[in-house]
Design a binder for this molecule. Structure first.
Ligand SMILES: [Zn+2]
Ligand SMILES: [Zn+2]
Ligand SMILES: [Zn+2]
Length: 180
């Protein structure tokens, strides 16, 4: 087989450079989603994250998929600061907007755990972010992480007459399983 001419060689080199730069940008190595993002290799976007975004009416961009993937794998809630640290090459305002969109579309919910830093927890597939979907959260005093206790719904409370419950912020505090 004849080797490609100098022009093609140059183009291939340029393309590789661009891919490496894009991979470095998101600092996540050779992820199939990134390959798609960089326009290279197998197009493999049928992830559960993509479906979840679409189900919630959010267009699955590469950044949104990556953030959702990160939040899903994390196992506890995350702050904007955590996200910025993890995606340290990504644009901060893009990360902020991603979280805002997720919140508006019921993909994450906001938690005030009393630490002074707002945390975001992943909503369940069926969550509509209404009172019935609200659950307890657990804040670990040792590692500072906050967990969704998704199985622990807010019990039916009998409020005095004419008091109407709209929202609850129930945070349990103690030592988490990781620190125990
Ligand atoms: Zn929700
Ligand atoms: Zn802990
Ligand atoms: Zn939660």
């Amino acid at each position: 087989m004849k080797s490609p001419g100098p022009v093609l060689n140059e183009r291939l080199r340029e393309q590789r450079c661009l891919t490496q730069r894009r991979l470095a940008f998101l600092n996540l190595g050779c992820n199939p989603i990134l390959l798609y993002y960089s326009g290279q290799g197998p197009i493999k976007m049928n992830t559960s994250e993509e479906h979840k975004l679409q189900n919630k009416g959010v267009r699955p961009t590469a950044m949104r998929i990556l953030v959702l993937q990160y939040l899903t794998q994390l196992g506890h809630t995350s702050s904007l600061f955590d996200l910025e640290n993890h995606f340290d090459h990504a644009d901060k305002s893009t990360l902020y907007r991603t979280l805002k969109t997720f919140e508006e579309k019921g993909i994450v919910h906001k938690i005030d755990d009393g630490s002074g830093i707002i945390k975001y927890g992943l909503c369940s597939e069926s969550c509509q972010c209404i009172l019935a979907d609200q659950h307890f959260h657990f804040h670990c005093e040792k590692c500072g992480e906050t967990y969704c206790m998704s199985g622990m719904q807010i019990p039916n409370l009998e409020l005095p007459s004419k008091f109407i419950l709209k929202q609850s912020n129930l945070v349990l505090k103690g030592i988490c399983a990781n620190c125990n």
